[in-house]
Design a protein around this ligand. Structure first.
Ligand SMILES: [Ca+2]
Length: 264
């Protein structure tokens, strides 16, 4: 086969790849698989909650809601959406990511350069800590807090001193993945929903490489007249029962989903 023929074959293969559906194209070009979802359960969610952080712990959801004057820390009954405990924040704070660490809850603020530490049971404020830059999402692995700030950077903070230990740059086949928002640590991987998209990146914590995507298109669009900012934002994992929950800002529903492979 001549060099010219070989290059023609390569070009033809590339054109064929580009003409394939997006989910297949992802696999062809990046090697990263895009997964779909199946709704296992749908539950009520406070449609006034501008969800910025979500976790599941010991039978309840804990949620951080944003906006100045509407920011709260809350404890929520999964099945009913009922808020059984609520702590409002001062008007000057726009609350962001939320996680737990032992008997404490930790909550970020967006641009106030501060995070708050509460007693899990009483919601009593125990201390605040300085946070460089913006605070978006928050989760933790077994050693560190993990913070997103809207860029493609994830910072790892010491859970006692709140100082940065390291950071990683998140990329998909070398391309930076920006706007990383709400986070959840799920079985050794970091799940991050990407702001203003229906997608969750599955990130390897040691390298920052995206190892897969979850496409949640259509989950909360049909039949609801939602605000333009009412985007996917909220991922929580029940490790004991292997349940994954997702919701969004101002969404009237919260979903338990199962991740499924797209059909080829
Ligand atoms: Ca979360």
């Amino acid at each position: 086969m001549s060099a010219l023929t070989t290059s023609s074959v390569v070009v033809a293969a590339l054109v064929a790849a580009l003409l394939r559906p997006a989910s297949v194209l992802d696999v062809v070009v990046t090697g990263v698989e895009t997964f779909g979802y199946r709704v296992v359960n749908a539950y009520p969610h406070d449609a006034d909650a501008y969800t910025q952080g979500l976790i599941y712990r010991d039978g309840f959801l804990y949620e951080s809601t944003g906006l100045n004057g509407r920011s709260t820390l809350r404890k929520v009954v999964l099945e009913t959406g009922q808020v059984v405990q609520r702590r409002p924040l001062g008007h000057e704070y726009f609350a962001e990511g939320l996680t737990d660490w032992g008997p404490r809850l930790l909550q970020l603020t967006w641009q106030s350069h501060v995070g708050f530490v509460y007693d899990l049971a009483s919601f009593q404020l125990q201390l605040s800590f300085p946070l460089a830059g913006e605070g978006w999402g928050l989760t933790h692995d077994d050693k560190a807090l993990i913070v997103s700030d809207g860029s493609n950077r994830l910072r790892f903070l010491d859970p006692d001193s709140y100082r940065e230990i390291k950071h990683i740059a998140v990329s998909d086949a070398g391309a930076p993945v920006k706007d990383l928002n709400e986070l959840e640590y799920v079985r050794g991987q970091i799940y991050a929903n990407v702001w203003h998209t229906d997608r969750i990146a599955i990130i390897a914590p040691d390298t920052g490489n995206v190892s897969g995507w979850i496409d949640l298109s259509g989950l909360m669009s049909a039949g609801y007249d939602l605000d333009a900012e009412a985007v996917l934002n909220g991922v929580a994992y029940d490790s004991a029962r292997n349940r994954l929950f997702v919701t969004g800002k101002l969404w009237p529903k919260l979903f338990e989903i199962a991740i499924v492979r797209h059909r080829a």
